[in-house]
Design a protein around this ligand. Structure first.
Ligand SMILES: Cc1cc2nc3c(=O)[nH]c(=O)nc-3n(C[C@H](O)[C@H](O)[C@H](O)COP(=O)(O)O)c2cc1C
Length: 544
């Protein structure tokens, strides 16, 4: 036992006895002295916490400071460029755009233009005016019966359960006001998604919430019913998500309320971990047949899947399966490893999944190489919060972007980093009605719309500054990157474009050779890493 603890305890006891002896009124001091000494004794003898055991009483100060560390950093200590995952400069521009107040900043940039990795847009000496009031793209390949005219910025998947009902309603309400789409996330389609009547992307994942039978398998009837709902404009199957690719999604028990449990057909208050992989397909070719099934069941709505690239040859295997079967999705959503989540295992959050930029380029170039890009739209998500991010992703090859955390900030998220604890102070990621109360969907839907509107305006202004009248004119030459202290390259030098159709011949560029050899449309896991040889005749284009 620590000497200081023994000495202070003795002093307290003797003082208490002495004061009580002088005046009986001081007996109340034992109300504090006894619990304090009991706490010190408990600290000294308990085993789980080393610091408390070594430093009775004092050790608790460390626990208090550690618990309030993030808040203290965020509120008092961090400078404008330090916060993670989003710093104050990034958050502030979203808050300003959501509030629809002046978005001008004084004095000069706070970013370091000379830091390796820094990127900027190459403008023109003769700027023009972007001529499209409401930039949109058409999603739907040759087999799609109900193409969707989509905004280039939409609300990324966030399930009801990971976010509150008020947040769900506000996002959909914002989408309705601003004419864009919100993605249901993998927790099923609920009344809150339908409340304001905004366009929806119906998403499901490996647990098939929203379209599963009693055994957790894909339920065709339920899927048909849900996907054919008039508000559902597109369907997105989540194969993997940047924050936890290859891992099952996690719904912490605390957030699994009876309402959520009923929607998802699970037991309330249990932590629900979805399976890591799908049961509806096991090979790239089976994936394509499942795409066809979804298309038929949804009555021809645009069908896509969300994918975080891991082994690059798997993406090529999927492309080969498209060629082999003649079936292809209408869109693919590329999610970067830097993407957000309500809850994910630490290692997957930090060290699994290709970042959005490289993944997008790979997907775009592979689809171009197989001459499939003309039929398939690419959506991308990964820290999209500003006009520049959208311009950069469009220049790299995306057709449209998704934002999850940007939209959360528009709802009033303060980056408290408590999404998995049901204690979110802004009411965005909590099922606690008292905290949810703070987020009023009627007000917040307007903020979501404002954020979308002002961000699209920033895209148009930047594209105009580049001497273009349409985002369609963007390409990799428009973005410069400081690749090292004294070297700058444009993104077409960093990521050279492939020839259209080059992967349909035997003479594709060397950089594709290994992945092409590995990519097997009938197997995600090639059996022999060194000797997988594909018959090139299998790759002859069946799609024109
Ligand atoms: C609270 C929260 C819940 C999410 N839920 C889902 C989900 O249900 N399905 C999914 O595919 N992605 C989900 N995501 C990931 C986002 O849709 C998105 O892919 C990722 O956060 C990258 O976008 P961002 O950087 O704009 O946040 C979630 C993200 C957050 C922050």
């Amino acid at each position: 036992m620590r000497p200081y603890f023994i000495i202070i305890s003795l002093i307290l006891i003797i003082s208490g006895i002495y004061l009580t002896y002088i005046d009986i009124q001081w007996a109340w001091s034992f109300v504090f002295i006894v619990p304090l000494i009991l706490l010190g004794l408990y600290d000294s003898f308990q085993r789980p916490n080393n610091v408390w055991r070594n430093f009775p009483w004092v050790g608790h100060l460390k626990s208090i400071f550690v618990d309030s560390r993030e808040m203290a950093q965020d509120w008092f200590l961090e400078n404008d460029r330090e916060g993670r995952p989003f710093n104050w400069v990034q958050r502030e521009i979203i808050y300003k755009r959501a509030d629809d107040v002046s978005q001008e900043d004084p004095f000069g940039t706070q970013f370091n233009y000379y830091k390796p990795g820094y990127e900027w847009f190459l403008h023109s000496a003769a700027p023009l005016q972007h001529d499209d009031e409401d930039i949109r793209i058409s999603v739907g390949g040759p087999d799609c019966k109900q193409p969707y005219s989509s905004s280039i910025l939409n609300v990324s998947a966030m399930s009801f359960g990971s976010i509150s009902k008020n947040a769900t309603m506000a996002l959909n309400g914002g989408a309705k006001l601003g004419n864009f789409a919100s993605n249901t996330g993998e927790g099923g389609l609920t009344e809150y998604h339908l409340h304001y009547g905004g366009d929806l992307v119906f998403q499901f994942g490996t647990a098939y919430f929203g379209c599963r039978d009693g055994n957790g398998n894909f339920d065709e009837k339920l899927f048909a019913e849900t996907s054919q709902h008039p508000n559902v404009k597109m369907v997105e199957m989540k194969i993997s998500q940047g924050a936890k690719p290859g891992y099952g999604a996690v719904l912490p028990g605390l957030k699994n309320t009876p309402e959520i449990a009923k929607i998802r057909c699970v037991t309330p208050y249990e932590t629900i971990i979805s399976p890591a992989g799908h049961t509806t397909f096991k090979t790239p070719v089976e994936l394509m047949y499942f795409v066809k099934k979804m298309r038929d069941l949804s009555n021809g709505k645009p069908i896509g899947f969300k994918f975080c690239i891991g082994q690059p040859y798997e993406f090529l295997a999927i492309c080969k399966a498209m060629i082999k079967t003649g079936i292809m999705p209408d869109f693919i959503t590329i999610d970067g490893g830097e993407g957000g989540t309500g809850a994910a295992p630490f290692d997957s959050l930090n060290w699994v999944g290709t970042p959005a930029e490289e993944a997008l380029v790979y997907a775009h170039d592979a689809l171009t190489g197989f001459d499939l890009k003309k039929h398939i739209k690419l959506f991308v998500g990964g820290k999209v919060i500003s006009g520049f991010h959208i311009v950069k992703y469009l220049a790299l090859g995306a057709d449209a972007c998704y934002s999850a955390r940007g939209m959360m900030f528009a709802l009033g998220c303060v980056q408290a980093l408590q999404c998995n604890e049901n204690t979110c102070p802004s009411g965005v990621t909590t099922m606690n009605p008292k905290l949810e109360h703070g987020l009023n969907p009627e007000d917040k839907k307007v903020k979501v719309m404002n954020f979308h509107h002002n961000t699209i305006k920033a895209v148009k202004d930047m594209v105009g500054a580049g001497g273009l009248t349409s985002t369609k004119g963007l390409n990799r030459k428009y973005i410069a990157k400081r690749v090292s202290a004294n070297k700058i390259q444009t993104l077409d030098q960093v990521f050279p474009y492939p020839e259209t159709g080059c992967l349909l011949t035997n003479t594709y560029p060397e950089r594709w050779a290994k992945d092409m050899a590995m990519a097997d449309p009938d197997n995600f896991h090639p059996t022999d890493w060194d000797f997988v040889e594909m018959e090139q005749s299998e790759l002859q284009p069946q799609l024109q």
